[in-house]
Design a protein around this ligand. Structure first.
Ligand code: TXA
Ligand code: MG
Length: 338
């Protein structure tokens, strides 16, 4: 058991966290997407502690975070030209690229895969921490496996109190959903997990952007998937969530007709729920707001003891696809299309 300490996102806090990382410990790290549980990506013993703190299945690989482009070539090989174009356009930022790994990345980090996911975060505290540590940081989202990703240091504390020595508190995450994950194919790019860097953004660079089926469809437990994370039921709040896909009018009609039984609504704004006499919680009127608020909303539903929830379906363009992808998992893929 650790006495988990909150550190400020200043020079002293970063220096203290970097010392812990050098000693092989795991620290709570802010990024622009969600908070991460960081450890030395090149030290198998340190990385094992991440899996233990999170209760994460050993076959789900970690993303390796870097702070400058020179680190890329030290970690991965056979880097296609397309990857450099992505780095130029989107790094530092919320994009993870899957590339063939070098031996320096231990198997525990890549979960035995021949590839590794690499990302250069834009959050200044994260980059300063990597620089101060002097090695790349493996970091999954800092939630207990199965619970919503943390977008504040308090969320991390709730899940990790006693499990890690410290958390750097850098406020709320600017983006709020995890990074976009892509892989490179002969003549295009495959989207494995949607994020703030959208399909539309990628299409500005590449003619051929394939959205993997696992992004919007449920994969069977025994299926061979392009990204192991697709298999897991993530972000599952205790409430039974159903996504209701339709116009505001259709949504209101449906909720009215199916109210009762401790129903609660998860809506864009009050106009979706006003006058229905059903308790509701707002999660944002546009994709970017929804991305920032989604995980906090899911955690609040649990705190409110919500049992049955109807969530208004987000628009699937831009970052909305990422919101939809996460909400779909939180809802166990239950969608009613009106
Ligand atoms: O925004 C983010 O990416 C956050 C912050 C902390 O940087 N991290 C994060 O990590 O979301 P995690 O571990 O929760 O999600 C990593 C995802 C998983 O779905 C995993 O399966 C996939 O990336 N992934 C990692 N390495 C992979 C690889 N070599 N091949 C395919 N998928 C990979
Ligand atoms: Mg995660």
């Amino acid at each position: 058991m650790y006495d988990t300490k909150m550190l400020a996102a200043d020079a002293d806090g970063i220096a203290e966290a970097a010392e812990l990382l050098k000693a092989g410990e795991v620290v709570g790290m802010p990024t622009e997407t969600v908070y991460g549980l960081a450890a030395n990506a090149l030290d198998p013993e340190a990385v094992k502690k991440i899996f233990i703190a999170k209760g994460r299945p050993q076959d789900n690989p970690l993303i390796v975070h870097i702070c400058d482009i020179d680190m890329l070539g030290q970690l991965v090989k056979d880097i296609p030209e397309a990857a450099y174009r992505c780095a130029e356009a989107f790094w530092p930022g919320p994009l993870t690229m899957i590339l063939p790994k070098r031996d320096i990345i231990p198997d525990v980090t890549s979960a035995g895969l021949a590839t590794a996911g690499i990302r250069m975060p834009s959050n200044k505290t994260a980059r300063a921490l990597i620089k101060a540590a002097g090695f790349p940081l493996a970091a999954p989202s800092a939630n207990l496996s199965g619970s919503p990703s943390p977008t504040t240091a308090q969320h991390v504390f709730k899940d990790m109190n006693g499990r890690i020595p410290c958390i750097i508190d850098d406020g709320s995450c600017a983006v709020g959903v995890e990074s976009t994950v892509i892989a490179f194919e002969r003549d295009g790019v495959r989207l494995l997990r949607p994020g703030f860097i959208s399909v539309e953004d990628l299409r500005e660079l590449f003619d051929n952007v394939i959205v993997d089926k696992g992004v919007t469809e449920e994969v069977a437990a025994n299926a061979v998937v392009a990204s192991p994370g697709m298999k897991y039921k993530h972000y599952a709040p205790k409430a039974d969530i159903t996504i209701i896909d339709g116009t505001q009018e259709q949504f209101r009609e449906y909720c009215k007709a199916h109210s009762g039984g401790e129903l609660m609504l998860m809506v864009f704004d009050r106009s979706d729920a006003e006058g229905l006499g059903i308790e509701y919680i707002e999660y944002g009127a546009d994709g970017e707001a929804q991305a920032r608020l989604l995980f906090d909303t899911l955690r609040r539903l649990d705190e409110l003891g919500a049992k049955r929830v109807y969530a208004r379906c987000p628009d699937r363009s831009g970052v909305g696809l990422a919101v939809y992808n996460r909400l779909l998992r939180a809802a166990g893929f239950q969608v009613i299309r009106l």
